[in-house]
Design a protein around this ligand. Structure first.
Ligand SMILES: [Zn+2]
Length: 152
């Protein structure tokens, strides 16, 4: 058995030194939380590759004192389009966005209560998704976490 060779490189977002595996992937950067990947380095404009934000937006946000892992609304929607099942946290409540195979609609799921809202397609979701009577796109700045849909 060959001993696995570990390599240290700079985090693509914060430039902290991190350890990567032979595929170029890292665990969450201890400094900024970014999950390094060769693929996001190759496609810096594409959200939803290991992280919800695109690499370029993660760098922009981090350089402005913000989070490297919290996605803006556009990146979140694009991550949904690219990956399929994503979640966000708003007012300490987790919500999933996923495709409902049975109804052939986009489902906005309150993960705590299991309450569901259905939208015709992602465009309908972008324009009309509402939580607590307010359009989601208009309260996205209050979102505190974005991620791929985790086990509930
Ligand atoms: Zn980092």
């Amino acid at each position: 058995m060959e001993k696995e060779i570990k390599r240290f490189v700079k985090c693509d977002v914060c430039k902290n030194m991190i350890e990567i595996d032979k595929y170029g992937n890292s665990n969450a950067c201890p400094n900024c939380g970014w999950l390094q990947s060769e693929e996001s380095y190759q496609h810096p404009n594409v959200p939803g590759i290991r992280n919800i934000p695109s690499l370029l937006n993660a760098i922009r946000q981090y350089d402005n004192g913000g989070s490297a892992t919290l996605a803006n609304f556009n990146d979140f929607i694009e991550a949904y389009n690219n990956y399929g099942e994503v979640e966000f946290t708003l007012n300490n409540t987790r919500y999933g966005v996923l495709y409902d195979d049975k109804n052939k609609k986009i489902e906005l799921l309150n993960i705590q209560t299991n309450e569901k809202q259905l939208y015709i397609n992602i465009e309908d979701f972008v324009q009309n998704a509402k939580l607590n009577g307010i359009l989601l796109k208009e309260q996205w700045h209050n979102v505190t976490n974005t991620d791929f849909l985790q086990e509930t």
